[in-house]
Write a protein that binds this ligand. Sequence first.
Ligand SMILES: *[C@@H]1O[C@H](CO)[C@@H](O)[C@H](O)[C@H]1NC(C)=O
Ligand SMILES: *[C@@H]1O[C@H](CO)[C@@H](O)[C@H](O)[C@H]1NC(C)=O
Ligand SMILES: *[C@@H]1O[C@H](CO)[C@@H](O)[C@H](O)[C@H]1NC(C)=O
Length: 313
Amino acid sequence: MSSDSLVSLHSYQFLMKWLVENPKFLNNPLYITGISYMGIVVPVVTLEVYKGNERGNKPQVNIKGYSIVSPLTDRFIDFNSRLEFQHRLALISDEIYESTKQTCHGNYVYTDPSNTLCSNDLERVDECTSGINYSNVLEPLCDDINPAPACPAATKIVLDSWANDKDVQKALHVREGTIEIWEKTNETIHYTLGKNDSASYSYDIFSTIDHHKQLTTRNCQVLIISGDHDMTFPYVGTEQWIASLNVPLESPWKPWLVDSQVSGYKMKYAKQGYTLTYVTIKGAGHAVALNRPKEASAIVDGWLASHAYLSDS
Ligand SMILES: *[C@@H]1O[C@H](CO)[C@@H](O)[C@H](O)[C@H]1NC(C)=O
Ligand SMILES: *[C@@H]1O[C@H](CO)[C@@H](O)[C@H](O)[C@H]1NC(C)=O
Ligand SMILES: *[C@@H]1O[C@H](CO)[C@@H](O)[C@H](O)[C@H]1NC(C)=O
């Protein structure tokens, strides 16, 4: 039996043991990163690292901050923000949007089945959006059984054969027999909206907004990136929970460029020792780095290079 909390705890314990065994890395600045569902885990692990340092745990970790891409943060805000996103991207009409907002009272996720007006509106929304690729609304919707000609060969297969290759496993010092088959996505555990706990996994962290909030009082640098065509966890919801952290805005929404072209938009929040940079990447979907590798590296490299410790030493 595992869970969001256990995965987070084990990640922290792994990090501590790994640093004990590899002390030459102890002085390196550490950032904890992840994408997508790791928006549930990364803030929890990061906060635990700060608290561990504050409790005097050994070794002291040279933690500097964290970065999350296309994160799931709050199971209400993020899924609920899909409706507004669908409206902004012209997937649903003004009329459908306004009517659904009214009949469902702003809740399109955990709805009351006896509210038939809301259910009818959500059916109209579904008719408009169920044929759309959630990972990137501009990409074709592909089906495992009947892939459309426009669909790229699945990267999953390549990754799976790489991770299951005996030579690869040997090179990575994977202990034989610990896991029989490696899968990119284990569908038994993989979270989808409305999925219930199973005998093997409990989705026991509903939201990590409070963890983010606690981190705003630490010496911590944060980078959050969204692809603005991602409907899985739309930038609309991400912007909303970031604003709810109530950190003063240092630099408002403005375009950023790569090769003199607007590549997305950027804003920065800051207070004593804490900064949060929020970046959208124009045209990217859920898999930001896959969709816009050059722009994604420019953002991450620029963010790392901007930190004070580089000039401290
Ligand atoms: C959505 O598009 C991406 C990028 O082309 C593709 O990898 C993915 O398989 C598509 N997803 C679905 C559900 O069709
Ligand atoms: C997927 O996860 C379940 C639950 O933890 C586990 O029993 C199963 O072995 C996993 N599948 C693979 C192929 O590892
Ligand atoms: C989850 O559990 C609830 C209550 O038992 C049930 O109504 C719902 O259909 C379940 N959802 C799924 C996806 O199985």
